[in-house]
Design a binder for this molecule. Sequence first.
Ligand SMILES: Nc1nc2c(c(=O)[nH]1)N[C@H]1C(S)=C(S)[C@@H](COP(=O)(O)O)O[C@H]1N2
Ligand SMILES: [Mo]
Length: 199
Amino acid sequence: MGLFRNRGLTDDERARIPPGQHLVRNFPVLDVQGPPYNEVPPDWDMRIWGDVANPQRWSFDELLALPAVREVIDIHCVTSWSKLDTTWFGVPMSWVLEAVGPDPAATHVIAHAEAGYTTNVSLAALRAPGVLLAHEYDGLPLEPEHGYPLRLVVPQLYFWKSAKWLRGLEFRSSDQPGFWERRGYSNSADPWKEERYAF
Ligand SMILES: Nc1nc2c(c(=O)[nH]1)N[C@H]1C(S)=C(S)[C@@H](COP(=O)(O)O)O[C@H]1N2
Ligand SMILES: [Mo]
């Protein structure tokens, strides 16, 4: 099926599509609940807490003033679509990690989003290249359905790990499955190893 649906791709494109995935040119929307709002609420904040030396709480204006970089990355949804060369702009996770100073005991991070959506990632996964707290897509503020005003982007993992409507990162010395991980999705979620489901 994947091969069939990927007819007509260049060799470069085909090499960038993980097994069992097919290329899309549109930008599908997938979530449990739709966008919580179209404007940043006055009490909005982004918090980082747990096993860190320097917990953080940023208003949206403070967040926009942090160092930001542009990343062009490929994204892969477990429902089998992949999109190449997506352009995001936001605070690099490498900078965030410098700022918060994870405790030596910290091994995992829980992303907390609006409406109780969570997802867990290893600290090692967050240290990979391209991980962002993204507030722009294609040069514009995020669309509400794609996570406005802030989303986590973890390009090397299936896209359910890239929490939309992000409000917090909790650093922990133990793992804790998130929303989809509790419902049978893979903990590690590497698209190149087809780590889709836990069983
Ligand atoms: N807060 C929140 N983030 C979420 C989700 C969600 O339901 N809620 N769905 C995840 C899933 S399963 C996918 S595939 C991507 C989809 O992102 P997109 O709608 O921007 O394509 O968002 C992820 N982040
Ligand atoms: Mo997904």
